[in-house]
Design a protein. Structure first.
Lengths: 192, 178
């Protein structure tokens, strides 16, 4: 059509748009590198503080509820906190790592999607499942003497199950969406 | 330490790249982020990633290819981190199949045309975004294929589609109101 923009006109329009160019000096970049490292150190310290706080809280419960079942429950929950803090720390370091080298953008993007898919599909068992046995035992320790074993188990399950029922399909859907993206990229890269 | 590997050569290459590709990098950030503050952060992140990357630059490809690979990879990670992946990004094929000229997209001036173009680009999935950005920057299919890692034939096909989409959606009339 006569009034359509020619391809070169669109390109000219794009290339001649006003820009707000950033120019960082070598000193700025070094300062940014230092800030980046400081951020990682702060993240690590934060994780340590979280671990210590959780440990202190559950140690208090260990002291406050001296029955063996309570203690096992509190210990398992404490272990779950430590495990999750370690997982978060591991993930945080990987997330904040800047691109150090170039690779074809399709491959790099695919790698990023795979990483997110793995994280999404592992969320429920990495960050939710560890918190099942400890709190379950802890709650059971209160309920069994008053409700009996069967009723206590039913109540505990009713308390613990809903978050899983809601979260697992959501995580699965997210992972499937990412997998769809990965498949589309694979198809594109195969057509060479 | 991040600092240790980045030497005078990194500084020199960085200076050279900013002088040659600085404006294009800004446009690249515009293709990925609409919010001005986040865009500035992304642009700084790209500059930082580039500076760090020069430590590993062994001239196995051209400096331009290297720069765009690092820049696109940083920006694509930004898109994934921002969870835009779940916000209904579409492919060129999907955009192409949408109704041609939307009344809402009719342009009134040059700035509006650019905004429409940016919106169109930002709706695309990262790989298609890389292709359309590189096309708008005037790169040939071979260079785009080298940057993205998809075949030249595929790139050529995508460029053909991009030209159709742009022709259908943008009018010359929009440039008269500058």
């Amino acid at each position: 059509m006569a009034d359509e923009l020619r391809p070169d006109e669109t390109q000219d329009l794009w290339r001649n748009q006003p820009v707000d160019a950033v120019r960082m000096s070598a000193d700025d970049l070094r300062r940014k590198a230092q800030r980046f490292e400081a951020k990682i150190r702060r993240g690590f310290r934060g994780t340590v503080v979280l671990m210590i706080s959780a440990a202190a809280g559950w140690a208090w419960l260990l002291y406050f509820f001296p029955s063996p079942v309570h203690r096992v429950g509190a210990s398992l929950t404490l272990a779950a906190y430590l495990y999750c803090a370690w997982q978060l720390h591991k993930r945080g370091v990987a997330d904040k790592a800047p691109t150090d080298s170039a690779s074809a953008t399709c491959a790099a993007y695919r790698q990023e999607l795979v990483r997110h898919r793995e994280f999404t599909s592992s969320l429920w068992w990495k960050f939710m499942l560890p918190f099942v046995p400890g709190p379950a035992m802890f709650v059971m320790a209160f309920l069994v003497p008053e409700q009996g074993v069967v009723k206590a188990m039913v109540l505990t399950t009713a308390l613990i199950l809903p978050p899983f029922v809601l979260a697992i399909p959501l995580f699965r859907k997210g992972a499937q969406k990412l997998q769809g993206e990965i498949d589309a990229l694979d198809t594109l890269m195969k057509q060479s | 330490m991040a600092e240790s590997g980045c030497n005078a050569r990194s500084d020199e290459l960085y200076e050279e790249v900013v002088a040659i590709h600085g404006s294009a990098l800004d446009r690249l950030a515009r293709a990925y982020e609409n919010d001005p503050d986040k865009r500035r952060d992304l642009l700084q992140e790209i500059h930082f990633a580039l500076w760090r990357s020069f430590e590993h630059f062994a001239q196995r490809c051209s400096l331009r290819t290297w720069v765009y690979q690092v820049a696109h990879n940083t920006a694509a990670s930004h898109v994934v981190r921002q969870r835009r992946i779940h916000a209904g990004l579409v492919s060129l094929e999907e955009i192409d199949s949408l109704p041609g000229r939307d009344e809402n997209e009719l342009s009134v001036d040059r700035r509006a045309v650019l905004e429409q173009l940016q919106r169109l680009i930002q709706r695309l999935k990262p790989v298609d975004r890389q292709v359309i950005f590189s096309y708008l920057e005037g790169m040939d299919a071979g260079s785009i294929a080298e940057i993205t890692g998809i075949s030249s034939a595929n790139v050529a096909m995508k460029i053909h589609r991009i030209k159709n989409i742009l022709a259908r959606r943008f009018q010359r009339g929009g440039l008269h109101g500058r």
